[in-house]
Design a protein around this ligand. Structure first.
Ligand SMILES: *Cc1c(COP(=O)(O)O)cnc(C)c1O
Length: 604
């Protein structure tokens, strides 16, 4: 019986249970009445099960939640469907850079019954003692070492690292990195207000007791007469950048070079004078290329804004979402630094007391963030394999060996594999937004993004790293590289057999392979993600797969088998692009582009 047959059977069974959402609700309200009318609840406007997407193998009605809860039998039936659905989908999972092979159950199962919360800074114990911060610190130390920065964290050692384990995935790390970068460049200071205690004391004289909460002043460095742009960061990132960066720009109200350029210097695009500004920094070789940032274009764009005194915020990709490309952070930094120096943006004075010109901090006039969602976890082990002579190439350096890197973000659920999204943000202690080194002010560092932080993630990271030595991880990266090669060759052979160009493409050392978009059935079966690219003026819809540690040759063989069937590659509409070929990267039509495109990337 296929999944959809089973689904139909389940639906039939459930028809007897509740025929419609409305009836279901009436039943619920009837039950609520039993509570003496205590429950004031709203009825549905229509049947949600026929409104929401249908999911093969899942009968919506089984999962609806009445006020009575479900009986043991009903709950068991629903959970059985859940188990069938998730295990089938997991078995064939190929479309995203998420590892599905791990076993945390063995060590950590019991902790589903604990609320473990790492609220606050990882390096301060705090009073929420049901935490796993001691594991979080061990994990952070591990990555500080792997990413070649000074450890352990020491608040008195500005060169030592600081970081924390994210409750979201790399999105939160990017958000935090850009926030950190924006405020560092904008000349923000976090100061303690010393008048709080005085005010509380006075207020308490009127008879009421007053607490003394710490009041932080978020101070802005004064505008400089000689350079009005000194505290307006301008952001740069490539056209292959993940949508989380674009989202973060929005949330943080950070302007990118396209916005500032278009608004203030419409005729001065340095890449093509008189032409509109590009929306993002071009990637190498345009849309058909490897997908890493084009350093020459980046330098030209940065120089334009550096010359006008704007501080520079660059977000590099280390493993792009679609092409798996690695920006050459080292080469880019080395090319950018002389430019920044030329315009006094390497190190500059940032004043924090408008009254007192002797009070300033020395800060960089630039911030380089590395979005290493997958690559920051993966590439260190490729480098080890390379140094051992077990693989013939490695990707460029990206970590804190490069003195110009300010922050790195990584996802935990991608390379490592965890049952829930998590990740790591890391910077250096000296870049944390904190009070200047001045004894008049008492410091309190601005630390994590969320208040409550998921303490389970630290345990998952720790368990994985405790079980997987460097040697084991080197074997693992070599295993996935081999499967990538195998898959690439199989797809090429298939194209030959079918006598059809399947547009099979692969960026070296990436774990992803893209090819002509497969049929909906195949897309669902393997959870394939998709993207549209314009290549040489032609619109192309692609599917892509990620070869993570759970992928076997048997799974690839099954995919190839499915792709060999008639109808596996539906005909695509031939559509002429409305703009020059190289202008377009995203799936939507160019005329729908708003200021910064934030659709058409990543998890689709
Ligand atoms: C997946 C990904 C992200 C976002 O990470 P989440 O863990 O999904 O929040 C950011 N950048 C890149 C390059 C990614 O691949």
């Amino acid at each position: 019986m296929s999944i959809s047959d089973e689904n139909n059977q389940e639906n039939l069974d459930n028809a007897l249970f509740f025929t419609s959402k409305l009836e279901f609700w009436q039943q619920t309200v009837f039950d609520s009445d039993m509570l003496g009318g205590a429950a004031m609840v709203s009825p549905p406007t229509k049947d949600s099960c026929s409104t929401y997407p249908t999911v093969p193998g899942i009968s919506c009605k089984n999962f609806a939640l009445p006020s009575t809860g479900l009986t043991f039998e009903q709950r068991t039936a629903a959970l059985r469907q859940l188990q069938n659905y998730e295990s089938v989908q997991k078995t064939y999972f190929l479309g995203y850079q998420v590892n599905q092979s791990f076993n945390y159950e063995q060590d950590l199962k019991q902790y589903l019954n604990y609320h473990i919360n790492n609220v606050g800074d990882p390096f301060q114990s705090g009073n929420f003692t049901v935490n796993s911060k001691f594991m979080e610190r061990a994990v952070l130390d591990y990555y500080a070492s792997l990413w070649n920065t000074r450890w352990p964290h020491d608040p008195n050692d500005p060169e030592s690292y600081w970081g924390y384990i994210l409750t979201m995935g790399c999105t939160e790390g990017n958000l935090y990195g850009l926030w950190n970068g924006r405020d560092y460049l904008a000349g923000k200071f976090l100061l303690n207000d010393p008048t709080v205690e005085e005010e509380a004391k006075k207020a308490s004289l009127s008879g009421q007791s007053r607490s003394v909460p710490r009041r932080l002043i978020y101070q802005q460095a004064p505008v400089l007469e000689e350079n009005p742009n000194a505290h307006t960061p301008v952001a740069f990132y490539s056209e292959d950048t993940h949508y989380s960066i674009i989202k973060a720009m929005r949330v943080m109200a950070i302007q990118n070079f396209y916005e500032v350029g278009t608004e203030k210097y419409p005729q001065e695009n340095p890449l093509a004078p008189g032409q509109p500004w590009p929306k993002e920094v071009p990637s190498q070789g345009g849309n058909d290329g490897s997908g890493s940032i084009d350093i020459e274009s980046l330098c030209k764009l940065v120089e334009f804004f550096a010359a006008k005194g704007y501080p520079i915020l660059v977000c590099f990709n280390y493993g792009t979402t679609f092409k798996g490309a690695y920006d050459d952070v080292e080469a880019a930094g080395k090319a950018l630094l002389p430019i920044l120096k030329k315009y006094g943006l390497d190190n500059r004075k940032v004043y924090y007391d408008p009254e007192d010109p002797t009070k300033y901090d020395i800060r960089n006039g630039y911030w380089f963030h590395v979005d290493g969602a997958l690559g920051a976890a993966y590439m260190p082990f490729i480098e080890m394999a390379y140094n051992m002579g077990r693989i013939s190439q490695r990707a460029p350096n990206f970590d804190f060996r490069l003195s110009f890197v300010h922050s790195i973000a990584m996802s935990g659920h991608k390379w490592i594999g965890t049952p829930l999204p998590c990740g790591i943000y890391m910077t250096k202690t000296k870049y944390q937004l904190r009070p200047p080194d001045n004894p008049e002010y008492i410091g309190s560092q601005d630390t994590t993004f969320a208040g409550s932080r998921n303490g389970f993630s630290a345990m998952l990271f720790w368990d994985y790293l405790a079980k997987n030595s460097y040697a084991a991880q080197v074997d693992q990266v070599l295993y996935t590289e081999n499967i990538v090669t195998y898959t690439y060759l199989q797809l090429k052979a298939l194209a030959e057999k079918l006598g059809e160009d399947l547009w099979v493409a692969h960026t070296p050392l990436s774990l992803t392979i893209r090819f002509k978009r497969a049929s909906d059935d195949i897309v669902f079966k393997y959870s394939l993600s998709g993207e549209t690219l314009y290549v040489k003026g032609q619109k192309r819809e692609y599917s892509h797969i990620f070869i993570m540690a759970h992928v076997t040759t048997a799974l690839i063989d099954e995919l190839i088998q499915d792709l060999s069937q008639p109808g596996a590659f539906p005909k695509q509409e031939e559509e002429q692009p409305e703009l020059e070929a190289d202008d377009i990267y995203v799936t939507h039509k160019p005329k729908k582009l708003i200021h910064v495109p934030h659709t058409g990337r990543g998890f689709k």
